[in-house]
Design a protein around this ligand. Structure first.
Ligand code: EPZ
Length: 418
């Protein structure tokens, strides 16, 4: 089991290239199931999760090539096995993204229920409600969702809460349905918009992606396409906080400042200086950050995937901050680990009160989920002394060679085999 060893106290400086977005790459790869023609995805991140969905698609009979390189080529000439087995789905909940495309393309699917994960039960009831609205019959059988539909028919689907992969699943299913589908209270994340752009390049008719109302006019079939994956706004936000927490000066390259507005606004409120370019963002820490309050929300609000990273910055900020996690039920697993570094945090329900300390002190800590891992790295960069992070397999799911990128910025961080 690898560990990361970080010797804190170094100011980061220089430039870092932001990789393609994990949460865009996954639905984009699932979209290959919708067509017999080849799909080419550029700017693909080299991540464990990308390899996992590649393995899942191959299991179904999809040709997949290029994982681990910037360009992934996929072709679902035929879909031999329309099923997503438990042993694959349990390692990555986003596997549920094959459900909509399978039902739309071949009229049936057998997908394992994902089960919960560290940050909450994360049900998929809205995905299933939407497919039923489109005319699929859904059965739950021995931990699997079994869905069938001779031909999906367009319908109006109103989500009672905004779900990113729920919106993506149903947008893909509706693309091949007969007639028009309207998604109300759809998720507005940039990754939803990126998927709509790919679907339209394949010949779909999707309007309004990126807004709460998405209209999809079904078409009989879809073709292939070449598509460049958008930059990863969460990786970008993570590096922005790395610059802020070390009082450094870092330029993020190939990022989309327009996807980072809520995070940038919070950092500016905390006294961090940001200068946005066309596809770059310069982040300059100006001494100790000021404490600010944060409440996570669906896009364009402050991203829940940035909550842990912001909390790391607040542990050494000047003052007291109140952080409310309003999207997931249990996304404070990183708090106990931050306490081991000397942070002062009190949890009450879905709210954490952080009293900023002058400094953290390095210690051995344990990663519990993807973004908690990133939070512990950020705290270790700022802490005095050495921090050793174990269970960093969580990290490799969503960050492309993060220790190499941080080393290039001047951090003293290395991966060791325990
Ligand atoms: C996506 O997960 C992201 N994953 C998550 O990123 C991200 O945290 C989340 O959206 C919120 O932004 C991918 O895009 C692959 P949701 P998703 O459905 O789609 C509830 C990361 O770190 N809900 O938007 O699974 C759910 O329990 C990961 O990269 C239902 O109740 O999240 C949650 O409380 C972590 N029923 C809320 O909605 C449903 O049918 C938002 O979940 C679906 C969701």
């Amino acid at each position: 089991m690898d560990q990361l060893v970080i010797r804190g106290g170094r100011q980061l400086s220089g430039e870092v290239r932001v990789s393609g977005a994990k949460n865009a790459a996954l639905p984009l790869m699932a979209a290959a199931l919708l067509s017999e023609e080849p799909l080419e995805l550029d700017n693909a991140p080299r991540l464990v999760d990308v390899r996992t969905i590649g393995r899942l698609l191959r299991h179904m009979g999809v040709e997949v090539a290029g994982e681990g390189t910037p360009t992934i080529r996929l072709r679902a000439s035929t879909v031999r096995r329309p099923e997503a087995p438990y042993d694959l789905v349990k390692t990555m909940r986003a596997s549920v993204l094959v459900l909509g495309p399978l039902v739309a393309r071949i009229g049936r699917a057998r997908v394992s229920l994902p089960g919960g994960c560290a940050i909450g039960p994360r049900p998929i009831n809205l995905h299933l409600m939407g497919l039923e609205r489109l005319g699929a019959t859904i059965r739950l059988n021995q931990g699997y969702v079994e869905a069938e539909a001779a031909r999906l028919k367009g319908a109006r689907i109103a989500f009672d809460l905004q779900t990113v992969t729920g919106t993506e699943n149903l947008m893909m299913a509706a693309a091949l349905a007969e007639g028009t589908t309207i998604l109300e209270n759809a998720a507005c994340e940039p990754e939803v918009e990126d998927l709509a752009r790919l679907l339209n390049a394949m010949g779909a008719k999707v309007e309004g992606a990126g807004t709460p109302t998405i209209v999809i006019h079904g078409v009989p079939s879809l073709g292939g396409a070449v598509h460049r994956i958008i930059p990863d706004r969460i990786e970008a936000g993570t590096f922005a906080i790395a610059a802020a927490i070390t009082g450094g000066d870092v330029v993020l390259r190939e990022c989309r400042p327009d996807h980072l507005e809520a995070i940038a606004a919070k950092l500016e409120e905390a006294g961090v200086r940001l200068q946005a370019g066309q596809d770059s963002l310069r982040v300059t820490g100006a001494g100790r950050a000021r404490a600010v309050n944060v409440r996570t929300q669906p896009f364009p609000g402050f991203a829940t995937d940035m909550q842990a990273q912001m909390m790391a910055l607040m542990t050494v900020a000047d003052g007291r901050s109140v952080i409310t996690e309003a999207v997931f039920e249990n996304r404070f697993m990183h708090v106990n680990e931050l306490l081991r570094l000397g942070a002062d945090i009190t949890i009450a329900g879905n709210t954490a009160v952080v009293q900023g300390m002058p400094a953290l002190l390095g210690a051995p800590v344990m990663a519990t989920d993807l973004r908690a891992s990133a939070c512990l790295i950020l705290a270790g960069l700022a802490a005095q002394g050495t921090t050793v992070i174990s269970r960093i397999y969580h990290l490799d799911r969503g960050y492309e060679v993060i220790e190499r990128k941080l080393t290039a910025l001047g951090a003293d961080i290395e991966r060791v085999r325990a």
